[in-house]
Design a protein around this ligand. Sequence first.
Ligand SMILES: [Ca+2]
Ligand SMILES: [Ca+2]
Ligand SMILES: [Ca+2]
Length: 261
Amino acid sequence: MKPKEGEFAQSSRFYRVRMREFFPESSQHFRTANFTSAQTEEIDMKSRLLATLLAACAALCVSSAVRADVLAHWTFEVTVPTTAGPHAAEAGDVGGQATGFHTSTATVYSNPVGNGSLESFSSNNWSTGDYYQFQTSTLGYHSIAVQWDQTRSSTGPGTFDLQWSDDGVNFLTLLDDYNIDAISWSSLTYNPLSTYGPIELPAAANNKANVYIRMTSQVTSASAGTNRIDDVIITGVIPEPTSLALLALGGVLLRRRRESR
Ligand SMILES: [Ca+2]
Ligand SMILES: [Ca+2]
Ligand SMILES: [Ca+2]
């Protein structure tokens, strides 16, 4: 796309606009066009510098937007659930608590094999409205997301809602009636078909002292039917001042180059 020497007047308007940014005091020349090869080289060099800086800034902004931190990760390898909890997250920068809730007092909480691991969080006697709940803090974080592994026995509940709340009382549905297949888990082999998400929470979940996420059964199943969950991971993003600083630095460098002419 580089114009040949002496052809600047005919090159694209975009190019001329960019050149005027660099040489505001002599922008008239770009319409009449007659450059020595040294001038053309300088124009190209500055143009490339600007493009490089813009690309670097853009790349940094994008990378900071997608790089998420793990706030809480429940593996159940350490807590090894035998009750409704609370069970502390084994990993993550913030931590949090997992609990189960069942209407039936006959419910047994247990720890069969996970999805490629030894332990998970399992329960039986499922009624509509029973749930697994995961709590963490999102203070200082945005772009909150959750992913998890879930399966069931052949007679366990297979329809759930994913819900969230910032007070633990009023829940909003993120995923309505998602389906859980009865996939046999192995402690040695991870099965990606049992992984759900990541599902992003709305901006209202940003920067909250408490965020609660529930997987709530939409059906009542046979009393012996189980549903189990493993590797629940809540992530968030800390706004990074470095990308903003780099953008500002780019602006300073460009100004200096202009002023030094
Ligand atoms: Ca596990
Ligand atoms: Ca176990
Ligand atoms: Ca539903």
